[in-house]
Structure formats: structure tokens, C-alpha cells
Design a protein around this ligand. Structure first.
Ligand SMILES: [Ca+2]
Ligand SMILES: [Ca+2]
Length: 184
């Protein structure tokens, strides 16, 4: 009996070690780190948008990204970084967006085009989320693309903050495995 408990504890320890959170993360998703007006880790900033640090309209911390969208050409408005994901794991992505004039949509990009913000919600923060399950271990593009809507006058400011991910499936799987072990 003691032997069995000891074995289970060893298994449990190994399991906990192997299920420590992976390194997947959105780097500088809180937009607190800047080099001049370039947010660190955001490697794709298309020429149709102009990004700057701002501390006036903030969702988390002391700063957010102020993004001026200066074109209706959607393929020129990407704002991205790369994130490594692991096969079979589910990642819940979330970002806060703040519209000003209301003639612009922010579209979440998580390995592909996902959901839109609601441009009618102006002068307030809204959250866009997407649950992504990786079908292989790889590096994916993560970020936003901006789309003009009716009434767009050629330039509109949008604020972005609090871009992050949490892993969901790993925690659920871990709990299930521990339960199974304890019942053994
Ligand atoms: Ca922030
Ligand atoms: Ca405008």
C-alpha cells in the first residue's frame, strides 16, 4: 500500500513538472515597453498605420498603443508579432480595443483572420477574444488588422492594450490526469 502511494507521488511529481506552462506568450502585449514610438516585440507594423506610445487612454498599466490608421487599403494595416504554440494545446487570446470616431474595425489575427471589434462602441474599451487550438507545434502570427467602414475619412485613431493569451486545455488536461492518478 505504501509502495503504491509512493509510486503515485512520483508520477504526480513527474506530471506536474511536465505540465508546467509552456513559454507561449504575447510579448509586450501591455504596451509598456517602447523604443521611441516603436512597441517592442511587435515585428510587423505596416506602412498604412502609425503607432505611438500613449499614456492618456490606457486599459492596463501606464501605457497603451495609439494607432493611427491612415489608409483604407486593408492589406496595409497589419500589426503583428509571432508566438510559438504547441500541438494540441488551446490558447485563449484576448485584446482590448478603444475606438474613437467609429468608422474603423479591428480584426483579430490569430494564425488567420478571426473576429471583429464593434466600431459603434466609441470612447470605451471593448475586448475581442479568440480560442485557438494548435494543430501542430509552430510559430504563428498574432495581432490585429484594421478595416475602414462607412464614414472613414482617411485617418482614425484607435487604442490597443492588454493583448495576452492564457492556455486552457493544458490546465484541464492536467487536472484530469491528476484525478485519474489519485483514483488509481
Ligand atoms: Ca498597458
Ligand atoms: Ca478622422
Amino acid at each position: 500500500m505504501l509502495h503504491g502511494i509512493y509510486k503515485n507521488k512520483l508520477l504526480l511529481s513527474a506530471l506536474l513538472l511536465s505540465s508546467l506552462p509552456a513559454m507561449a506568450n504575447v510579448v509586450n502585449g501591455n504596451f509598456e515597453q517602447w523604443t521611441g514610438n516603436t512597441p517592442q516585440a511587435w515585428t510587423v507594423i505596416d506602412s498604412g498605420i502609425n503607432v505611438s506610445a500613449n499614456s492618456a487612454v490606457v486599459s492596463t498599466g501606464l501605457q497603451a498603443a495609439a494607432i493611427s490608421v491612415n489608409t483604407g487599403t486593408q492589406s496595409n494595416t497589419d500589426f503583428l508579432q509571432q508566438v510559438a504554440v504547441e500541438m494540441g494545446k488551446t490558447y485563449e487570446f484576448s485584446v482590448d480595443v478603444y475606438h474613437t470616431e467609429g468608422h474603423l474595425e479591428a480584426r483579430l489575427f490569430i494564425d488567420d483572420y478571426q473576429g471583429y471589434s464593434n466600431p459603434a462602441l466609441t470612447n470605451q474599451w471593448q475586448t475581442i477574444t479568440y480560442s485557438y487550438t494548435a494543430d501542430s507545434s509552430k510559430t504563428i502570427d498574432v495581432g490585429l488588422r484594421f478595416y475602414d467602414t462607412s464614414g472613414f475619412d482617411g485617418s482614425e485613431l484607435v487604442y490597443v492594450d492588454n493583448f495576452y493569451l492564457i492556455m486552457t486545455a493544458a490546465a484541464v488536461l492536467q487536472a484530469a490526469q491528476i484525478t485519474a492518478l489519485l483514483l488509481t
